[in-house]
Design a protein around this ligand. Structure first.
Ligand code: SAH
Ligand code: SF4
Ligand code: F3S
Length: 469
């Protein structure tokens, strides 16, 4: 059924779910003859997979579209057709605006319609008389039932979507509007995709969901499985060495999932658990439905289950109504928890969300200062954590090639990005590395050999499994 080879370029913004979706879109288009390329100039089809989470999202899309239109015109002069498509969360939120303002855009479609791509492409390319496509429906059937399980291999560390959408409606956030209601994939579908990914070379799986720990999929036993149960089952897959999940909500951090952190070896000791603010007033205005102390207690339970668990979070500063005292509460929470890596943002009002209509707007200058103060504290914590790694031996999964020859990049169990001078044949393996240097955003070290073992035996603090070096 393979047709004439065509070139597909996908540009991806936003969260890991979008990265995963881009892989799925290329998988769906593969049987139609589309092969993924690295630049848009000569592509027969370009998809912008967009993100709407913070300001200027739509403007970024329009400026990229302007650039693409030039390529489209150049190609048209040679008689070549170019399909321009906008997917993702901006497409979902602003579909009609895009169609009006950019008449050269052929297709606009939302995140829940990617399984309908072959049909949409057929309509847009003129098989039925070229049509412009706008598809921002939330179809009743699940896209996961028809999206291919196998396709373009993702490599050593692979994403696997288990849950999508959100019913939480935090007052600052567009996700419930762009991704729709919470949906969990049936467990056997997830397990089958996981096995396929491991078969095609994945050693690590990152389970994805907008609220991944709200997972409540149907199990093969007819019962509803939570994320803890799903993780225990995935951990049985032969050849799978590491499991992670993101992004979680504190409200869904159930005891069974916390227990899994203590029981499942391959569940890595790192958790991204966004709290957004350390002030109960602001958490309430944000509709997070938990207090700062609830969050502290969850982390305490997690640390009881897995003492070395490293924590990470997202923060928003300058939400409407945020006072200096509220901001201090956030700094206090950061000090209490001790994070290894965080994202922090200035609040950006999003059209259509309740936050955008709230009073007590915080001036931009105040937001800037608060962000600086918070980031300084978070950077100090990150640096301290990285420095504390020096002298330890850590298993590193080499999942990327470095910019320099003879350099491999990987991650420790705690998600630290690690640079190592290492033989290329170690790519894709989990190898013991003795950490020698700490930098602001990464660490570096040397593969453990007999020699490094004896050299570092004095300060060597841990070692799991030895890889041939
Ligand atoms: N589902 C995740 C977050 C998804 S969005 C959760 O519940 O935590 C990723 C991050 O973007 C959020 O954690 C938040 O910190 C940030 N964010 C979302 N909306 C924002 C806005 N309007 N302004 C600034 N930051 C925002
Ligand atoms: Fe957005 Fe809140 Fe849902 Fe996370 S839980 S996706 S922040 S609405
Ligand atoms: Fe952005 Fe949509 Fe993800 S708004 S963060 S791409 S869910």
């Amino acid at each position: 059924m393979a047709e004439k080879q065509k070139k597909l370029f996908i540009k991806t913004w936003g969260c890991q779910m979008n990265v995963y979706d881009s892989v799925k879109m290329s998988d769906v288009l593969l049987p139609l003859g589309y092969e993924t390329v690295d630049s848009p100039e000569n592509a027969d089809m370009v998809i912008l997979n967009t993100c709407h989470i913070r300001e200027k999202a739509t403007e970024k899309v329009f400026s990229e579209l302007g650039r693409l239109n030039k390529f489209k015109k150049q190609r048209a002069e040679k008689g070549d057709e170019t399909l321009i498509a906008v997917a993702g969360c901006v497409a979902q939120a602003e579909g009609d605006v895009i169609m009006d303002r950019a008449p050269y855009v052929d297709m606009v479609f939302g995140p829940q319609t990617y399984h309908e791509l072959p049909e949409m492409v057929a309509k847009a390319t003129g098989a039925y008389g070229a049509n412009r496509i706008v598809n921002t429906e939330f179809p009743t059937e699940s896209k996961f039932d028809t999206l291919p399980e196998e396709g373009n291999a993702q490599g050593v560390s692979a994403f696997l979507s288990v849950q999508e959408g959100c019913d939480k409606f935090c007052t600052f956030c567009v996700v419930p509007y762009t991704r729709g209601a919470e949906f969990s994939r049936p467990a056997d579908q997830v397990l089958a995709e996981a096995r396929a990914l491991v078969k095609s070379g994945a050693k690590e799986l990152m389970l994805l969901g907008q609220n991944v720990n709200a997972y409540h999929g149907e199990g093969p036993d007819g019962k509803t499985w939570g994320l803890g149960r799903l993780i225990r089952e995935l951990a049985e897959i032969d050849g799978l060495a590491r499991l992670r999940y993101t992004t979680s909500h504190p409200r869904d951090m159930e005891d069974d999932l916390i227990a899994a952190h203590g029981e499942v070896d391959i569940l890595m000791p790192f958790l991204h658990l966004p709290v957004q603010s350390g002030s109960d007033n602001i958490l309430k205005l944000m509709n997070r439905k938990h207090t700062a102390d609830d969050y502290r207690r969850i982390i305490e339970k997690l640390r009881n289950a897995r003492p070395d668990i490293a924590m990470s979070s997202d923060f928003i500063v300058g939400f409407p109504g945020e006072t200096d005292a509220d901001h201090k509460d956030t700094l206090k929470l950061v000090e209490d928890i001790g994070y290894v890596f965080c994202y922090s943002f200035k609040y950006s009002p999003r059209p259509g969300t309740p936050g955008a209509k709230m009073g007590g707007i915080v001036p931009e200058k105040v937001k800037d200062l608060r962000l600086q103060e918070l980031q300084a504290l978070l950077n100090t914590q990150q640096k301290a954590f990285n420095e504390d790694s020096v002298g330890k031996v850590m298993p590193v999964l080499f999942d990327r090639k470095g910019q320099k020859n003879g350099q491999l990049l990987g991650r420790t169990p705690y998600m630290q990005s690690t640079h190592v001078a290492a033989n290329e044949r170690l790519f894709g393996q989990i190898v013991d590395v003795v950490i020698e240097d700490a930098h602001a955003n990464s660490i570096s070290g040397t593969v453990v050999t007999e020699e490094t073992t004896s050299k570092n035996s004095k300060n060597k603090k841990s070692s799991e499994g030895r890889a041939a070096a």
